[in-house]
Design a protein. Sequence first.
Length: 343
Amino acid sequence: MTDALPGVGAADRSNKPGDVLAIPDHLRDALWRVEAAKIAPFDAPGGLVVCGMGGSAIGGDLAAVALGNRLSRPLTTERGYELPSCMLPDQAVLCSSYSGDTEETIACYEAAEALGAKRIVATTGGQLADAARRDGVPVIGLPSGLQPRAAVGYLFTVAAEIAAITGAAPGIRTEIDSSAAHLRAAAPALTERAAGLADLLEGSIPVIYGADLTVPVAFRWKTQINENAKLPAFTAQLPEADHNEIAGWDGSSDLGRMSAVFLEDRDQHPRVRQRFELTAKLIEPGASAIARLETEGDSRTERLLWTVMLGDLLSLRLAARHGVDPSSIETIERLKDELGAPS
């Protein structure tokens, strides 16, 4: 068990390479924070639903693929104002909102109460923390001072730990701890690799492809490039893309510079591995650049988080190249203002 991270204040929300390189610390601090919340294990026969938006939701997606076939009950992520129409009271609900003021997540918190489902909250504060403490719902306190998307290590760990607490999966604390050591050792090489990828993708619109373990990672890469570098990026998954999207690459060179990044993993189905190779070969004539990467690490958790960290560093490298502030989210804030939504 580690001490909580010192010196993280609410005055400034940074989003710099240092935040990404601190993911190993975030993982270990998150384990401490879950333990400090003193949530007694309980049985949720229907599984766990993680409710959140943006950077607060991705932890559920990542935990589900890290656990993979070790899940004995469903672990799903719900993005929106409503719980699944088929949801039953025997499912547990983790309401994840870094700010504590995400209106969609607050709506799901209230819907879970009406349903009678057991709830847990992960947040820095805000309306969600106030409501949970009023209702006697356990709160896992997150450190303030980060952009929500920079808290990925915390939100992944919380989702994985709550899956174990609710009986949806075995605990993977040892994997998470070893992943922290793996990422710290890999940090210099990841930084260098991110720079090389930024050179390769410069001036193009990337499409990030994943399969199985790397599907939510590919989505993470896309959203980090969107938010940090203020650039368009898209994602797709194999084998589905081989049944439709691959045909669209025939006309890509006539419309603009498109690049493709393939996130591969050693445990993927042999036919999927073959599809990665053939898909890259077939779309290459219409692509300005092709990158094929294989995850690195011993466990699924190590390989997953290694690839997440690489994508985060890449997005910040692209932001620096384009001279944009990665912490700025002016368009998102304008949308919230138009909606009259809390920040």
